[in-house]
Ligand binder design. Structure first.
Ligand code: SD4
Length: 311
């Protein structure tokens, strides 16, 4: 028995994003259109400081966005270090559909976006500028991998302040299955706050932030991008599902590689995977407690679930 349509996405803001995606899915629309529409919701929200408009800037004050998208045919598009454009995901989709390439970065990505009619806009909100100026006061401006240990604007005494999981609001990764049983996915972020200028995370990297194989399933990631990029996380998750593992187990096994190789590091960061297989079975796993994801199916009308974790 297979569950469809279906949409899942990372973190609490996944609930609102899922609503937008569901509007398209319930009317028989394409999964690709659903995931794009879904993640555009947090991209446009100036109060979400980890995605699109209002994202926290890099250490030089630039808001730089990373995003990628993948469809049921195995097509992919991505942008990295894109400035001044709110809907990075839609630019990524244009890269997929209008160019012979998979990824455009920086100035070239911006030029392309403008040529496609996207509007240039200041993404640095007063709140994010203030947070950056606060950070500048105490930072020693060195590239620190676990920079978010020093960040968490409102520290709370639990694992949600670990890097890659500040305030439980991070990257949005979304996966959908439409009524035709086709899969697509999208992932979009402003990346780790106060990163070095030019730093690109896992989120726009096909096989790290997102991977979709219409025959098998799809996976997306949130957390410290550097940890994920080194294990090609979501490609690994999908390949594990191909070998017969259920989504949760596949997410666990991919994280286990990191835990085994670098246990001391793995203990200090957040990294989480969310996956769905072709039958519509959903699973997730995280290094740290506190990773939540939103699931919307005909039987589960938009519910927030908490994943299991290693620590
Ligand atoms: C990054 N993975 O840029 C993103 C950020 C994120 O939780 O998901 N933070 O590394």
């Amino acid at each position: 028995s297979s569950v469809k349509p279906l949409v899942v996405s990372t973190w609490d803001f996944g609930i609102q994003a899922n609503e937008a995606a569901w509007e398209i899915l319930k009317n028989g629309g394409r999964a690709l259109d659903a995931v794009e529409a879904g993640v555009r919701v947090p991209e446009a929200d100036p109060n979400i400081q980890t995605i699109g408009l209002g994202g926290l800037p890099d250490r030089d004050g630039h808001v730089t966005l990373d995003a990628c998208i993948m469809d049921e045919h195995g097509n992919a598009g991505a942008v990295a270090c894109l400035e001044h454009i709110v809907h990075a995901i839609s630019v990524a989709r244009k890269v997929m559909e209008k160019t012979p390439h998979v990824m455009l970065v920086g100035e070239g990505a911006l030029e392309f976006a403008l040529s496609q009619g996207f509007q240039k806009q200041n993404l640095l909100t007063p709140a994010s500028e203030k947070a950056w100026k606060e950070w500048l006061k105490t930072s020693d401006y060195h590239p620190v991998i676990n920079i978010e240990n020093q960040l968490a604007p409102h520290p709370v005494p639990d694992s949600t302040t670990l890097p890659g999981s500040r305030n439980n609001h991070d990257t949005i990764g979304m996966l959908a299955i439409d009524q035709h049983g086709n899969l697509s996915g999208a992932c979009t972020t402003s990346g780790l706050a106060f990163k070095m200028h030019g730093r690109v995370g896992d989120s726009p990297i096909i096989g790290a932030g997102l991977f979709v194989d219409n025959e098998i399933g799809a996976a997306t990631a949130t957390g410290v991008g550097e940890a994920n990029m080194r294990i090609c996380g979501t490609h690994t998750v999908v390949e594990l599902m191909r070998q017969g593992h259920e989504p949760e187990e596949a997410c666990y096994l991919a994280l286990e590689r990191l835990v085994k190789k670098q246990p001391n590091y793995a203990r200090t960061i957040q990294l989480a995977f969310l996956a769905v297989n072709k039958d519509g079975l959903v699973g997730a796993f995280a290094l740290q407690k506190g990773f939540r994801y939103a699931v919307y199916t005909p039987d589960t009308p938009n519910k927030l679930l908490e994943s299991k974790s290693f620590y």
